[in-house]
Design a protein around this ligand. Structure first.
Ligand code: AMP
Length: 374
């Protein structure tokens, strides 16, 4: 695989595909790990007196109303602070304004281009890998550097990252997978691929409710992925001893941090209630299963970690893993953000922010970006 050090970068105009897909709330960056991780590459290019053009996607842009909430302006601000130098932010993803800015660049200037997914408004151009758009962006620089493991399933991964992920194929048992987060749909491939390799799959987060509903339980107003109930029913039937669902939940009435929650057994949710985290018995059950494990892979938080009340079980389980020195790979932006906020990120065996890419790798798919770089 070709890396930065194989190329003469001196004074070149470099395009760096970064992964600035950071969690944002009301324009505030909740976790800047991904931005910090890009600094090494950017500084390397600064040392080579490059002109640097940064490209990244942020969130999903389907309609006009998605534009404002996925604006990269806060990232530009954070990058200026972290690098201690000015960065020009171009609101346009293509056209004369961007080209003029690039033509006027001097060595060591940095431009951040607005969210590449703004191009998705018309025919999902970015996400669908539009050739003309790809060629256009490529024409803006002399060298293209892919620094976004998170996007390698669309396009470099450091070898470290892959070696760590490869250790998931080492046959270390018990191998326990923890899946949380919101959507079952994103994780179907991983479940299918890992269900035979893993000794147990522990399910928490919003995902758990689709499984609980598939198991015939009342889940009230909890998050449900209707389209995948059948998939869950099927998995539960085939692997009933392998899939471990919550036994209790932190239950409330509205999606807010303001109301005090109750811990309830999974069998006693009412129609007007929703579960926003696992409960204490579930946490203890998960700990007891992880206790003897040789390898853990964890994707997705166990609760709505953006709300302080519903993040503590995720934090506790992370702490348990660290305290017991359990070999763990965290995959995905949200769980890595949790670990980072709690100060555990550098203590786990490996933390990979590339959520989608990690999942696709674990699904056994070839990553096109990696193939291309090879
Ligand atoms: P993902 O991107 O699939 O890893 O999902 C992460 C998101 O799942 C976070 O934003 C969490 O707030 C959300 N999440 C976790 N637990 C729940 C829950 N019980 N109900 C709703 N959303 C949840």
């Amino acid at each position: 695989m070709r890396t930065l050090k194989d190329i003469n970068l001196e004074n070149k105009k470099v395009l760096i595909r970064c992964d600035f897909n950071v969690p944002l709330k009301d324009g505030e960056i909740l976790d800047d790990t991904r931005i910090k991780e890009s600094l090494e590459t950017i500084k390397y290019c600064l040392n080579k007196n490059c002109k640097i053009i940064l490209l990244s996607h942020l969130g999903r842009v389907k309609e006009e109303s998605d534009l404002k909430k996925n604006d990269l302006t806060p990232v530009a601000k954070r990058l200026r602070e972290l690098l201690g130098q000015d960065i020009k932010f171009c609101q346009k993803t293509r056209g004369p304004e961007l080209e003029l800015l690039i033509n006027n660049m001097k060595s060591r200037d940095i431009i951040l281009v607005q969210n590449t997914r703004y191009e998705d408004i018309v025919n999902k151009k970015e996400s669908s890998n539009d050739e003309e758009l790809g060629k256009y962006w490529a024409s803006l620089g002399d060298v293209f550097i892919n620094d976004a493991f998170g996007t390698v399933h669309r396009a470099h991964a450091s070898n470290v990252e892959l070696n760590a992920l490869n250790s998931l194929n080492n046959n270390e048992h018990p191998f326990i997978v923890i899946l949380g987060g919101a959507k079952v749909s994103d994780k179907i491939g991983v479940i299918n691929n890992l269900v035979n390799k893993a000794d147990k799959i522990l399910i928490g987060g919003g995902m758990a409710f689709t499984f609980l509903k598939a198991a015939g339980l009342e889940v009230g107003k909890s998050l449900i992925d209707e389209e995948n109930i059948n998939f869950c029913t099927d998995i539960l039937r085939k692997y009933k001893d392998k899939i471990i669902l919550p036994v209790d939940l932190a239950v409330t009435h509205e999606f807010t941090n303001d109301e005090k929650y109750k811990t309830k057994e999974v069998t006693s949710l009412e129609k007007n209630e929703m579960g926003l985290d696992i409960g204490t018995n579930t946490l203890n059950l998960f700990k007891s299963i992880l206790h003897d494990s040789k390898l853990i892979f964890w994707n997705g938080p166990l609760g709505v970690y953006e709300f302080t009340q519903y993040k503590k079980n995720t934090d506790e389980l992370l702490k348990y893993i660290i305290d017991n020195n359990l070999k763990t790979i965290l995959g995905g932006g949200d769980i890595v953000a949790c670990a980072s906020q709690a100060g555990y990120k550098d203590k786990v065996y490996h933390a990979s922010t590339g959520g989608g890419a990690t999942l696709e790798f674990l699904e056994g798919k070839k990553l096109p970006g990696l193939e291309a770089i090879k």
